[in-house]
Design a protein around this ligand. Structure first.
Ligand code: PGA
Length: 255
């Protein structure tokens, strides 16, 4: 059976003192939740803090972006090796906010995916349609295109070392969650797309749902056969909520 995974995406939130309280709450809340895996993707400046507080625990940590380059004159960018220096397991790639606000294309996402794998990290690769795209009935085409660029570029062996996150753009930070059935349909589609590349990889692949996952909807989402956990934005900033979502994943994994 595939492992359930819950990862927090803090986005550009956090301060040293607030993070400490949050991480202490998360650590004590998930300590005994042994059936699933957990992680937090924090802003770059707080990676050292996450490393110090989380090492040796059952909460992994990571970043929300990285450069596709190993090093060089790229002012303001952060190289994969730098994330490895701070013990990052995960790095989010192709989040819709990166695509929309920072003009990251599918090709850039593919290059970053590759760079993350080469550095030994687990990319969490995000795909998802906008509201206009959903309403025009092109969700599958949009998701297929986002996936194809990466799958064709990196190949099955790299995909097997990654996590995919389905994040409908209209559900991110809006309080509007995809219904478990809507999410399940796209998750099954994603798995089928990956199966065209490699069946075994597809069956083992962890596919997270992201977009307004909250304590009151996590259980139903995680009960769906192709939803292997969640990528959590807003609710990951409140220890109690994040722990409740982790607990739903733990319960789903325990069956
Ligand atoms: P949200 O964000 O949970 O606040 O909707 C999810 C995400 O952007 O990863």
């Amino acid at each position: 059976m595939r492992q359930k995974l819950v990862v927090g995406n803090w986005k550009m939130y956090g301060r040293l003192e607030r993070n400490r309280t949050l991480l202490e709450g998360v650590l004590s809340g998930v300590r005994d939740l042994t059936q699933a895996a957990y992680g937090v993707c924090v802003p770059y400046p707080y990676l050292a803090q996450a490393q110090v507080m989380l090492q040796g625990s059952n909460v992994a940590w990571g970043a929300q972006n990285l450069s596709q380059h190993e090093e060089g004159a790229f002012t303001g960018a952060v190289a994969p090796g730098m994330l490895v220096d701070f013990g990052c397991r995960y790095v989010i790639i192709g989040h819709s906010e990166r695509r929309a606000l920072f003009h990251e294309s599918n090709d850039i996402a593919a290059a970053k995916f590759d760079a993350a794998i080469k550095a030994g990290m687990t990319p969490i690769f995000c795909v998802g349609e906008t509201l206009v795209e959903r309403e025009s009935g092109v969700t599958e085409q949009v998701v297929a295109r986002q996936l194809d660029v990466v799958l064709n570029h990196v190949g099955a062996a790299a995909v097997a070392k990654s996590v995919i996150a389905y994040e409908p753009v209209w559900a991110i930070g809006t309080g509007k969650t995809a219904t478990p059935e809507q999410a399940q349909a796209v998750h099954a589609f994603i798995r089928a797309q990956v199966a065209q590349l490699d069946e075994q990889t597809a069956q083992a692949l962890c596919i997270l749902y992201g977009g307004s996952v909250k304590p009151n909807n996590a259980e139903q989402l995680f009960a769906m056969p192709d939803i292997d956990g969640g990528l959590i934005g807003g609710a990951s900033l409140v220890a109690e909520d994040f722990v409740a979502i982790c607990s739903a994943a733990n319960a789903a994994a325990a069956g």
